[in-house]
Design a protein around this ligand. Structure first.
Ligand code: PRP
Ligand code: URA
Length: 209
């Protein structure tokens, strides 16, 4: 079974509280999402393997550690996942970025795919799939299904707000995918929105309705 890591760092929790509030502007929402993504990426990359190399400081030669050549990729689920890409890139600037376009059908609440472009060497990369919301889990599950069909084996999902229903569904569908999340909320309402959540993440990020 996959591991669920709740990122309870005070900075993440503080910024998430600001984002949840109805009065948070589009500009602030966008900035806070980027900042949280950067802080969460620090946790997601905690176990990257290191190797020792010889270096020379102004004072002496010594051995020092660098990341051992892991190839990383970031895959935002459009639209709202886009708001997390720059934050992750701040700390892993050489990661490649793929895109998966999915929206939830308003009647069935099932994900509908409309776009996919992944790095050509995706099967050699460790991928971080990003999307602020994990509601029914349908979008994340469909995106990960798609990526796995392209040969990628090492996938981590990074979300902001989820709920027990979405986490259960993700773990059943993809028991090998670890989840990093800032908050696990109470439940889904009749429209499959997370309660209390933060509303429609895509609309709040881009100022649409
Ligand atoms: C939102 C969100 C997730 C999805 C989560 O996207 O960004 O992708 O809903 O819901 P689920 O877990 O029930 O699938 P939405 O479908 O609203 O599309 P948008 O980002 O284009 O607005
Ligand atoms: N998508 C969102 O943007 N918010 C929710 O609460 C559920 C799905």
């Amino acid at each position: 079974m996959s591991t669920v890591h709740v990122v309870d760092h005070p900075l993440v929790q503080h910024k998430l509280t600001l984002m949840r509030q109805t009065e948070c502007s589009t500009k602030d929402f966008r900035q806070l999402l980027e900042e949280i993504a950067m802080l969460m990426a620090y946790e997601v990359t905690r176990d990257l393997p290191l190797q020792e190399i010889e270096i020379e400081t102004p004072v002496a030669k010594c051995k020092s550690k660098i990341i051992a050549g892991k190839k990383l990729g970031i895959v935002p689920i459009l639209r709202a996942g886009l708001g997390m890409v720059d934050g992750v890139l701040c700390i892993v600037p050489s990661a490649k970025v793929g895109h998966i376009g999915l929206y939830r059908d308003p009647e069935t609440h099932l994900p509908v795919e409309y776009y996919c472009k992944l790095p050509t060497d995706v099967s050699e990369r460790d991928l971080i799939v990003v999307d602020p919301m994990l509601a029914t889990g349908g979008s994340a599950i469909a995106a990960i299904d798609f990526i796995k069909r392209r040969g990628c084996k090492r996938i981590t999902l990074m979300c902001l707000v989820g709920c027990p229903e979405g986490i259960d569904a993700l773990q059943k569908a993809h028991p090998d995918v670890d989840l990093y999340i800032a908050a696990i909320d109470d439940h889904l309402n009749e429209n499959k929105y997370i309660v209390p959540g933060l509303g429609d993440a895509g609309d709040r990020l881009f100022g649409t309705k």
